[in-house]
Design a protein around this ligand. Structure first.
Ligand SMILES: O=P(O)(O)OC[C@H]1O[C@@H](O)[C@H](O)[C@@H](O)[C@@H]1O
Length: 242
């Protein structure tokens, strides 16, 4: 069974020497008692938690860069879920990393889903050795495996679920790329923690910074924010500035 929003850091996929998608998603994070920085009004009308990840001795052996990763997860009474990641270099030297919110959306039927906001963009296709293509069609629809990194994407993307008549709205900041993934039938069967038919009810659409890794000098900090909301499909594109 899969779901949620695994944090891919400091590596996305297998593009590097670390475990797939980096180590952050497999760690127990601490509660951050000193979250600093968030503007005081950021907590208004919201429930939130501040989490902190620092590298362990073992992490430093395979990725020798000291960092502090602060994550605020907040849920507003309006239903907005916001995740704010801040990565600070507390190292003596610069380092670079990739990042993604590997967001699993529950959908009624993948064949009835489309993504708006990515049309006409260039993408790197993982199914063709990361070759670069340009999206030609209208909205993105699904009829086979998809594993693509869309580049220089707009900050608002919509995932429309035709059958449920609802739209997931993804707003992002500091995250230029969007990774889109559905394993479809064959790959689903090869994944031990994924049911053979589960690809029909899921879609990953990740706000990400992958193509151009983020580089931080000593003392610098990076922020990447993702905000998710759900609206009825009747409220759509024209309201979202897509
Ligand atoms: O199985 P994982 O490590 O959670 O990753 C899920 C998927 O993540 C996607 O980003 C990759 O393109 C897939 O190849 C991978 O299967």
């Amino acid at each position: 069974m899969r779901g949620g929003i695994p944090i891919c850091f400091p590596q996305f996929g297998n593009c590097g020497s670390l475990e797939q998608h980096g180590f952050a998603r497999n760690k127990v994070w601490a509660i951050d008692d000193n979250p600093q920085l968030h503007p005081p009004n950021d907590s208004h009308g919201k429930s939130f938690i501040d989490l902190l990840l620092k590298p362990s001795e073992d992490d430093l052996k395979c990725w020798p860069h000291s960092f502090e990763f602060r994550l605020r997860v907040s849920l507003a009474t309006s239903g907005y879920l916001t995740m704010t990641s801040r990565v600070r270099n507390v190292n003596g030297k610069p380092f670079s990393f990739s990042f993604a919110y590997h967001t699993y959306f529950l959908v009624s039927d993948i064949s009835e889903v489309r993504i708006e906001g990515l049309e006409t963009l260039d993408y790197l296709d993982n199914l063709f050795e990361r070759k670069r293509f340009t999206e030609q069609g209208d909205a993105i629809t699904f009829e086979s495996e998809v594993s693509r990194l869309y580049l220089s994407s707009p900050n608002v993307i919509a995932v429309l679920d035709h059958e449920k008549k609802r739209t997931y709205v993804i707003r992002k900041e500091g995250l230029p790329d969007v990774f889109v993934w559905n394993p479809w039938e064959k790959k689903s069967k090869s994944m031990v923690d994924f049911g053979d038919e589960e690809y029909k009810q899921m879609l990953c659409v990740d706000g990400a910074a992958i193509e151009k890794p983020i580089t931080l000098k000593p003392g610098e900090e990076w922020t990447g924010r993702l905000q998710l909301s759900v609206v009825p499909s009747s409220f759509c594109s024209e309201h979202l500035d897509l």
